[in-house]
Design a protein around this ligand. Sequence first.
Ligand code: B12
Length: 476
Amino acid sequence: MQERPLRILLVRPHSQLLVTKHLKKFLHLEPLELEIVAGGIPDEDQVSICDLSLEKDPIGLFKRELQAKKPHIIGLTGYSSQAGIVKELARIAKTNIPSTTIIVGGIHASIAPSDYAMDEIDIIVRGEGGCAMREIIARFKREEPLYFGQSVLSIKDPDFDVKAKAPPAKFPRPADIPKPRRDLVERARYFSVWTSSPKKKLPTIFPRIATIRTSYGCAFSCSFCVVPYIMHSEYLQRTPEDVVSEIETIKEDYIYFVDDETFLNAQRMTEIANLLLKRGIKKHFVSWARSDTIVSRPELFKLWKQAGLGIVYVGLEAMDDARLGDYKKRTTTETNQKAISILRELGIILHASFMVDPGFSVEDFRALEKEALNVLPAEVSFTVFSPSPGTELWHKYKDDFICEDGYLFYDCFHTLLPTKLDMKKFYQHFARLYTIGWRGNPLRINKVKAPFWEVIKTIVNGTKYILSIRAIYRDY
Ligand code: B12
């Protein structure tokens, strides 16, 4: 039997690309995925979370953590763009502590597990990790093989390649997923830019914010999105009572819903809002929602405004029906327009998210600029169309990809496909979109009063962010 208590170190890697580092100056959310994984670890064991994402010397900190904690088990998470750094951390860990067991989970492990087939990585977890970790720890203590079923893989398992084909179809029941261990992180480090202000005055532009997940998956199947692949198009939901009880335990006044789609079930969301109002829970919420959900249920958003919904992110993607059709978004430009009006009438800030196609001409950029101007005042963001591994479009385009450096450029800012315009010019236009968006930010247009130094910080960091976007072409 293994010695007890076990020492487990869970690690969120840092970003290597400048543009993502700048993004984090506006929005830095807690590592909820690791807090949930930690929730699956018994109380008798010692677990800690090391978030390298905003560290000046992340590798140095990681080595010091290894030295101090001497973990029996190390759990690493990561998006596709972080796959390289996850592997690097695994190598460093095994060099420093050869006996440690390394487990990798997260979105990239779920969609491209064979990318982690290397000696230093002992276990690869696909999909939900809290329940998986519970079982892994139990097996570890019983000294049994740690891999099992279709979701917990190992290169030591002779069936590894076969199993790597599709993500596990069986997702745990939401009620069985452990509650996040929010106590394991320094809460003051996590914040999000906040532009919603009914009183035209904000005590801070960067309030501390917590995250919560109330559902898993999405009933839609947009061609660029990997969620239907991971979740087999299932939409699993937590009960209103369960969600509200968790919200009651959250100390922060601001909460970000990190669901794939929060509002799909109007009845459930109505019940959640009513429970919040009934129990007098006063929080400020931010969530993503589809434009057609907003249009078909304006009364739901009115209720949620009362319950504290301040900002809604909407993937408008394109203001042209042909492109929306290509993306299989199942919305129209008319629906997008209606959703914008509804949010405006309700006094909910819109965060409009658009996709830029690598095939954009100067005229296409100009047309999108015009569309972006139409949605202002709003927060706006733009990403470059980047099919994720696991999507239909990834298979269609992968032979045309221009990036050689593994998955590093899968950050939706770096183009994976050749651009029609010269790349330098492409990124000049792309950065210009952000400049236009910045000018129409609700803080500026609504003349919101905020602490002076925060306004200066926002301008300086905003400028740096736009300059880093303009310089992306140099990364190739
Ligand atoms: C909310 C969200 C965001 C939020 C922030 C999320 C955050 N926590 O920082 C915002 C809007 C800021 C955002 C930004 C971006 N996002 Co995002 N985001 C999401 C979304 C919708 C949910 C992610 C989330 O927080 N889930 C909640 C947590 C609790 O669940 P989870 O991550 O799945 O973790 C579970 C398991 O994976 C597993 N697990 C995870 N880690 C580990 C580790 C171990 C050891 C184990 C055992 C298990 C395990 O257990 C966890 C608990 O159940 C996902 C869609 C999705 N389904 O993943 C996209 C998604 C992850 N985002 C994506 C992208 C591309 C981005 C951006 C790069 C886009 C951009 N340019 O703006 C940025 C990058 C920001 C960054 N972090 O560096 C892509 C990633 C694609 C890929 N192949 O990597 C996704 C999948 C969207 C998509 N449809 O393609 N995102």
